[in-house]
Design a protein around this ligand. Structure first.
Ligand code: G16
Length: 544
């Protein structure tokens, strides 16, 4: 076995975005591209030499090839042990679970999350630190700096490892353990949730569910947990076989892309409970019969009801939400006397708060919810939380949410995405909006009084690091809000996200359709940002 030092040259586009480095597969297949980035991880995360690593991905096209390359590089870089998911598969939450459980020096997760997969689609890679969470900006910036200087990487000559058998093998001195992460992950879930009670709910014969794995990584986890452990009817989990191209679909659990699931929840024969997860299993969507729970509301309901769920009965320390997420959770926190933190978009910003015990629960409008059990958002966890809640409260999803609105008011919410727009035009749009902010404060726009207008900047309460330029917020005196941001996960041009929120405290007025309530705010947002003039788009690509 030879360790080779392969000469290379830096690529200038390897700065990780909101969640790791995401590019088209073709870019990752460029000679030395993946290798350079991985070498930058090994060069900057020096504990990995002589240490241990978790490795796996969401199963998308190029997952297996990338794993073989990384294993050979791990061996050449002196990693003592690599724990790999069976078949190269690890959901992002399961990877976080393994890193924490086996106390490794970090993990490499291969995923482009909810983005489509296939030879012409997306791939991604990210490093998670020993707490199990996405690397903070200090680490991703160090990795990026290294990619700009790199001139060689180390790789061992070795045949491909068999990823499809649980067991152990070696590449030189490096021990490779292939594990079935479904077992470790299920154990963690069984600690947090009342599996017996959920089993009774399924056994009652009066409760039906559909879970859409979207041909992505949660299939094996969901089949095992829902159907084998909790007694849900066979067939409860649909699209359960992970595929390299996610069956040609877009593994994004929202009303647009999980249309099969949505149909299954509609009408008299609709199931009582519907849920879906994304490509790498960290996102979730929650549905009742003919009823959609916004991710922001889901976080608020979970926070308000945590005391009813096994792993959280002793209370929660605090809650956090990303800035564009609706303020529904803030209202619950206020009532419960809890701290509620507002962080920039990106799960990595919750890590310090969780590690310091300042929060127990956190969530994002982008279909992410989680707790201190790991350091990633966790799709299956959110679904199990709702199942446990339904089993305890013996009410429908809709009645739980409507009761919640009665107590706390309703935060209507919607997001408009303008995908793949010209990058320069998107940046100019944000710049021009930013220039207007001072003049907007206290002004009246179409009858809405502006209370504040700023560019969000976050000072981490634990390490005092500052993240500025995190999105433009325009808040109105009636509690409604418009937020503008450019996405950090797209792989083509720029994606403009417009987040809209309106607050309705009066239960009599909480039944209006979201589109209707949002109309005036949509018009304000489109005019203020001059979206059509600057991007040529009169309609968003996706509304969620
Ligand atoms: C990632 C991040 C999330 C973020 C989402 C969208 O999720 O982990 O924190 O909310 O991207 O980010 P953006 O608005 O910048 O596209 P995932 O599920 O894609 O890893």
């Amino acid at each position: 076995m030879n360790n080779n030092n392969v000469a290379s040259q830096p690529f200038d586009d390897q700065r990780p975005g909101t969640s790791g480095l995401r590019k088209k597969v073709k870019v990752f297949q460029t000679p030395h591209y993946l290798e350079n980035f991985v070498q930058a991880i090994f060069d900057t995360q020096t504990d990995l030499s002589g240490g241990s690593l978790v490795l796996g991905g969401d199963g998308r096209f190029y997952n297996r090839e990338a794993i073989q390359i990384i294993l050979r590089m791990a061996a050449a870089n002196g990693v003592a042990k690599v724990i790999v998911g069976l078949g190269g598969l690890l959901s992002t939450p399961a990877a976080s679970c393994l890193i924490r459980k086996y106390k490794t020096d970090g993990g490499i997760i291969l995923s482009a999350s909810h983005n489509p997969g296939g030879p012409d689609e997306d791939f991604g890679i990210k490093f998670n630190t020993p707490n199990g969470g996405p690397a903070p900006e200090s680490v991703t910036e160090a990795i990026f700096s290294r990619t700009k200087q790199i001139d060689a990487y180390r790789i061992t000559d070795h045949d491909d490892v068999d990823l499809d058998q649980v067991g152990e093998m070696r590449i030189g001195e490096t021990l490779i353990q292939i594990v079935d992460s479904v077992i470790d992950y299920t154990e963690l879930m069984a600690d947090l949730f009342d599996f017996e009670r959920i089993h009774q709910l399924f056994n009652s014969g009066a409760f039906t569910m559909c879970f859409d794995a979207m041909h992505a990584v949660t299939g094996p986890y969901a089949k095992h947990i829902f159907e084998e452990r909790l007694g849900a009817e066979p067939g409860t989990v649909i699209n359960s076989t992970p595929k390299v191209d996610f069956g040609g679909g877009h593994p994004d659990p929202n009303l647009v892309h999980a249309h099969e699931l949505v149909t299954n929840t509609q009408g008299h024969n609709g199931v009582d409970f519907g849920a879906a997860s994304d490509g790498d299993g960290d996102r979730n969507m929650i549905l009742g019969r003919d009823f959609f729970v916004t991710p922001s509301d889901s976080l608020a309901v979970i926070t308000a009801n945590a005391h009813l769920v096994k792993g959280y009965t002793s209370g929660i320390s605090g809650v956090a939400r990303s800035m564009p997420t609706s303020q529904a959770a803030d209202r619950v926190a206020e009532k419960l006397g809890l701290e509620c933190y507002e962080t920039p978009t990106g799960w990595k910003f919750f890590g310090n708060l969780l590690d310091a015990g300042k929060i127990t629960l956190c969530g994002e409008e982008s279909f992410g919810t989680g707790s201190n059990h790991i350091r990633e958002k966790d799709g299956m966890w959110a679904v199990l939380f709702w199942l446990n809640l339904l089993a305890v409260r013996q009410q429908s999803v809709e009645s739980i949410v409507r009761e919640h609105w009665k107590s706390y008011g309703r935060n209507y919410y919607t997001r408009y995405d303008y995908e793949a727009i010209d990058k320069a035009a998107a940046e100019a749009l944000m710049q021009s909006l930013g220039d207007k902010l001072d003049s907007l404060v206290d002004s009246d726009i179409d009858g809405y009084q502006v209370a504040y207008a700023d560019n969000f900047s976050y000072t981490d309460p634990v390490d005092s690091s500052i993240s500025s330029n995190q999105g433009i917020r325009i808040g109105f005196t009636d509690g409604s809000r418009i937020v503008f941001r450019l996405s950090g996960t797209g792989t083509q041009g720029a994606t403009l996200r417009v987040y809209l929120e309106a607050y309705e405290p009066d239960p009599q007025k909480q039944t209006s359709p979201t589109e209707e309530v949002m109309k005036p705010l949509v018009t304000i947002a489109q005019n203020l940002a001059e979206i059509a003039q600057r991007t040529g788009r009169t309609e968003p690509t996706v509304i969620t």
